[in-house]
Design a protein around this ligand. Structure first.
Ligand SMILES: Cc1ncc(COP(=O)(O)O)c(C=O)c1O
Length: 396
């Protein structure tokens, strides 16, 4: 064979070596033994990998692990959390259908329901998180899906999943829960009666801020419908990202333990500071839904939100004075992160909607990472002290 052919056709035998850690199956398509095998796979008479937009062993391994953690029957992986949200609605809704959703939603999900799906005749009602357990008056014959996020981003409002599930079950409506903030380690919506769990794997599941990814976990029947839509619309998760996410799932449990312990001690400490107006954290007794948080979530999660005396101006100065916390849009990372939701992640929403979601102009969100809690506390303390002084000090 010529050099070019050798360079293309030479194969390592690594696929046959039983590596202790699974290899990445970075391939767009799969080779068939012969034309009959190809025909049988395309005719779906035989199971197997055909093309990575449909399935891939690295993606399959990620899904097997996440499905087991969420206690679902089957799963489908997507290129981002928003692709998971979009694919779920697009696969399961038809023209004329109606969705009831909590308004305490991630901004892009709100936009999808409010601006994109309306183009195709799908309407939505948005209710306050506290109203989601009494939705009966808003249900119509067209209501197909109830959609919730709990805890919500960034206000950390909680919704009683089991109570909403009971209403939905009685009326044959699908309950979809975005479980991104809690992860299956802290909360298992399917066990509480939900039908579908959505993930932005970009957050705690990756946990190190490297990849985008999403997933839908549900019954086989529902995943078959999502798959039928997604095979042709193409939001597939890349095998490389699936491999990263699959490895990350192996440490999710221990990472969450540290995220939660760090966050709880910082939330308690912040609450004692006279410069702080209020702190919201699910496992703080001062959280308005503390009893539900204890019942529904194993631990309080890694996100805290709070407001300083002095509102927006004090909050923005506080962010700028921090040295250890990163100013970035992500969350669920090993590195602690600070954001100001009303001027960044939720800035596209109207002020009215933001206020309904509890996003005041002075609200600060912390995603507590895995650094030593003493170092994080020292950084927060130094910044709180710094903002007590006037911004500009005359040097003379
Ligand atoms: C609760 C929640 N759901 C969905 C998403 C969307 O995920 P992705 O950024 O992976 O598309 C996010 C992103 O921040 C989120 O916070």
């Amino acid at each position: 064979m010529k050099e070019s052919t050798l360079a293309i056709r030479t194969k390592a035998s690594s696929n046959q070596i039983p590596g202790h850690s699974s290899p990445i199956h970075l391939t767009s398509s799969f080779q068939f033994e012969n034309s009959e095998e190809m025909r049988a796979l395309f005719a779906e008479e035989q199971q197997g990998n055909v093309y990575s937009r449909y399935s891939n062993p690295s993606v399959e391994e990620f899904l097997l692990k996440l499905t087991a953690l969420e206690k679902g029957q089957a799963g489908w992986a997507t290129a981002s959390g928003m692709a998971a949200v979009f694919s779920t609605f697009a696969a399961l809704l038809e023209q004329g259908d109606h969705v009831i959703s909590s308004n305490a939603l991630f901004g892009s999900t709100h936009k999808l329901l409010n601006e994109v799906f309306t183009k195709w005749g799908i309407s939505s009602d948005f209710l306050l998180a506290g109203e989601m357990t009494s939705i009966e008056d808003h249900i119509t014959d067209q209501t197909k899906i109830v959609y919730i996020e709990t805890p919500s981003n960034p206000g950390l409002e909680l919704i009683d999943i089991a109570a909403v599930a009971e209403i939905c079950k009685a009326r044959n409506i699908l309950l979809v829960v975005d479980n991104c903030f809690a992860t299956p380690i802290l909360q298992k919506p399917l066990e509480l009666g939900a039908d579908i769990v959505i993930h932005s794997a970009t957050k705690y599941i990756d946990g190190q801020g490297r990849t985008l990814g999403g997933a839908i976990i549900s019954s086989q029947e529902i995943i078959d419908k999502v798959q039928a839509f997604s095979r042709h619309s193409g939001p597939a998760l890349s095998p490389f990202n699936a491999w990263v996410l699959s490895k990350s799932l192996e440490t999710l449990d221990v990472r969450l333990e540290r995220h939660c312990n760090n966050a709880l001690s910082i939330a308690k400490w912040l609450e004692q500071n006279e410069q702080v107006k209020f702190v919201r954290y699910p496992h703080l007794p001062s959280h308005p839904q503390y009893d539900l948080a204890i019942k529904q979530m194993k631990k309080g999660g890694g996100i805290i939100c709070f407001e300083l005396q002095g509102g927006k101006e004090a909050g923005l100065r506080f962010m700028d004075e921090l040295k250890l916390f990163s100013i970035t849009a992500n969350l669920g990372d090993t590195r602690s992160i600070v954001t100001h939701p009303s001027s960044s992640t939720h800035s596209k929403l109207s002020e009215e909607v933001r206020l309904e979601m509890g996003i005041t102009d002075g609200l600060i969100r912390l995603s507590i990472g895995l650094e030593a809690v003493e170092d994080l506390q020292e950084d927060l303390n130094r910044s709180l002290k710094a903002i007590k002084k006037p911004r500009f000090v005359n040097a003379v």
